[in-house]
Design a protein around this ligand. Structure first.
Ligand code: HAM
Length: 426
């Protein structure tokens, strides 16, 4: 079979690129651990109902973006489009509410959404995220925002922009919904067809519409901030005060409503300017009603998720290179038949001593071998040629600074650490 390519909206992450992912993943794990978050791994697929109930029936994700299929046992299964609902499900299923609260969790992995692919938008994409369950304290909202910012800063991203809003709660949001509907009632004809259907089902989502016609109708729309109940208002003010006390700047965006229905109180997005339409590198907020929506006990919670492909694009657009470590300690270059046998012994000895070592197998010229080694990003090349072999020696070349020295083979076989760990040019 020929001509089969990866499905639209998916990407292979090849060696060379994968090191950048590992670098980013290491930072995520280190920063999350530093804030007391522990890793959780949930299945890549769940019962469809979890997302229908959790994310909300009248959202783009549930209406048209889920990879849903019936399995051989007749169950409706969905590839996870996001990580929050699965984490809440796991928290309830394993009674994590019985352990010390709040429970701080983080995850990394692929998510699936049937969206129209474009730069920064894929059908299989990767998120990392954190969820803090069992706390309603506004300090927790602030903490999750800080985790996101710390990770982005460690990656070297600059000029990120935080947008903040409050979605209210079941006490105050219905009043806002009505206020919004009243305002839009006489303007329905001016809205796009999607927003006309949103008007009944999910009018708050109209605020997020990118169509020019809708944007025009929304000038002068009532703001949710004016409808917040005292508790939501107080909570939101504290989140802002804590961020300000740390010198973190943010802007309030009363139109920020997010694409998932589970949010209550704080919502936020982190925007990387200069990235075009898909410029949100992370989004999150509080979801105090989600656990109950999933059939569990009341569990206030807050979290965020970041798109890893988008972070790499943001780094690229800011001209930032992630440091690519030289992965292989040594490449054993061999010239001539007897050198091959000795090279094999040297490579085995190096690996036994814990070095990562690869060896030439193709019988190429030394020049070609050095070029190949450079492309493999190796730290040292051990050169064994007929001449060196005659002297029971080898040459070690440091690929970082080009320095080289001749060393006795015996030493290379018995104590390579002395040769490879010391800087050869010293
Ligand atoms: P979300 O805003 O849908 O939120 O996704 C979070 C991030 O994932 C986005 O800001 C974006 O960077 C990335 N992302 C989303 N869709 C795609 C796509 N098709 N291609 C590439 N990247 C994408 C959530 O998923 C919530 N679960 C976040 C959360 C956690 N809220 C509370 N806790």
């Amino acid at each position: 079979m020929s001509g089969i390519s990866a499905p639209r909206g998916t990407k292979d992450i090849l060696p060379g690129e994968v090191e950048k992912w590992q670098y980013m993943e290491d930072i995520v794990r280190r920063v999350c651990a530093g804030y007391g978050y522990r890793e959780i791994r949930t299945p890549l697929f769940e019962h469809t109902e979890l997302f229908q109930r959790g994310i909300g029936e009248a959202t783009d994700i549930v209406e048209k973006e889920m990879y849903t299929f019936t399995d051989r046992g007749g169950r409706s299964i969905t590839l996870r489009p996001e990580g929050t609902a699965p984490v809440v499900r796991a928290y309830l299923e394993h009674k994590l509410y019985g352990s010390a609260q709040p429970v701080r969790l983080f995850y990394l992995g692929p998510m699936f959404r049937y969206e129209r692919p474009q730069a920064g938008r894929y059908r299989q994409f990767h998120q990392f995220g954190v969820e803090a369950l069992g706390s309603q304290d506004p300090l927790m909202d602030t903490e999750t925002i800080l985790v996101a910012l710390t990770i982005f800063e460690e990656l070297g991203l600059e000029n990120l922009h935080i947008e903040l809003n409050s979605m209210g709660c079941p006490q105050c949001r219905p009043r806002y919904r009505e206020g919004l509907k009243d305002y839009l009632k006489g303007r329905l004809d001016g809205l796009c067809s999607v927003c006309q259907t949103r008007y009944e089902l999910n009018p708050v989502r109209i605020l997020d519409c990118k169509e020019d016609a809708c944007r025009k109708e929304l000038e002068g729309v009532p703001e949710i901030g004016d409808y917040l109940c005292p508790e939501c208002r107080g909570h939101f003010e504290l989140v802002q005060r804590y961020l300000t006390s740390l010198g973190r700047s943010f802007s309030l965006n009363p139109r920020l409503v997010r694409g998932l229905d589970y949010y209550t109180k704080t919502v936020f997005e982190v925007i990387a300017p200069g990235m075009g339409a898909q410029n949100a590198v992370a989004g999150g907020g509080r979801y105090d009603g989600l656990a109950e929506e999933c059939g569990g006990r009341e569990t206030p919670a807050v979290g965020f998720a970041a798109g890893m492909e988008r972070l790499l694009l943001a780094l690229e657009s800011q001209g930032k290179e992630l440091p690519l470590p030289r992965e292989l300690d040594a490449f054993v270059a061999v010239v001539g038949d007897s050198a091959r046998t000795m090279g094999l012994k040297v490579a085995v000895a190096l690996r036994q001593r814990g070095f990562k070592a690869a060896m030439e197998t193709e019988g190429r010229s030394l020049r070609a071998q050095l070029k190949a080694a450079d492309r493999l990003l190796v730290k040292h090349v051990v050169i064994i040629g007929e001449e060196e072999l005659g002297r029971s020696a080898a040459i070690i070349r440091n690929m970082e600074d080009g320095g080289q020295q001749e060393v006795p083979l015996e030493q290379l076989l018995e104590a390579p650490e002395r040769l490879l760990l010391q800087k050869i040019s010293d």
